[in-house]
Write a protein that binds this ligand. Structure first.
Ligand code: CMX
Length: 132
């Protein structure tokens, strides 16, 4: 089941500068950063209501966010939905012919179980499903 929008991921090239904008100018609450080695990103968290804004700075230009910024520049990178029973949801989507990037969940920021759907199946939006 889809519960809510868990977070919106925004690709940034200078995390410190972007943290300063969202914290000091927009006025969001800043909850700290985490390096997610597997995804080759450093993530900054800003809770907003029941969701979060996550700023993603590449730690490697060859990682997914590094490649995204090189191709498209900074901007909205992905939309993450909170789900229950991620494995079952992935099975259902696969049966429906949706292109999965991850057929099995992996681990993302905050220890969440995550899996991505390919933008070619979703109208050009990189969609993440996450279970916490
Ligand atoms: N949103 C929308 N479209 C995207 C995209 C994004 N974030 N990233 C890539 N694409 C599009 C590209 O524009 C390209 O489209 P065209 O074929 O029309 O040109 C297509 O997807 C393929 O892109 P590519 O540049 O050739 O890159 P790859 O195929 O090597 O990788 C993707 C694309 C989505 C499979 C890869 O970035 C991926 O596996 N992403 C999931 C992991 C991830 O993004 N992790 C970071 C977040 C970490 C976190 O939240 O913890």
């Amino acid at each position: 089941m889809f519960e809510k929008i868990d977070h919106i991921g925004i690709a940034v090239s200078d995390l410190e500068k972007s943290v300063s904008f969202y914290r000091d100018q927009i006025g969001l609450e800043f909850k700290g950063t985490e390096v997610v080695e597997e995804q080759k990103v450093k993530v900054a968290f800003f809770p907003v209501g029941e969701s979060k804004v996550e700023l993603l700075e590449p730690t490697d230009p060859e990682g997914p966010v590094g490649k995204f910024i090189a191709k498209k520049g900074e901007g909205v990178h992905h939309l993450a939905f909170r789900v229950t029973n991620l494995e079952e949801k992935l099975e259902q989507l696969k049966e429906q012919g949706v292109a999965l990037i991850d057929e099995k969940p992996r681990y993302g920021a905050g220890g969440a179980k995550i899996a991505f759907l390919h933008p070619k199946s979703t109208g050009g939006v990189l969609v993440e499903l996450c279970e916490r």
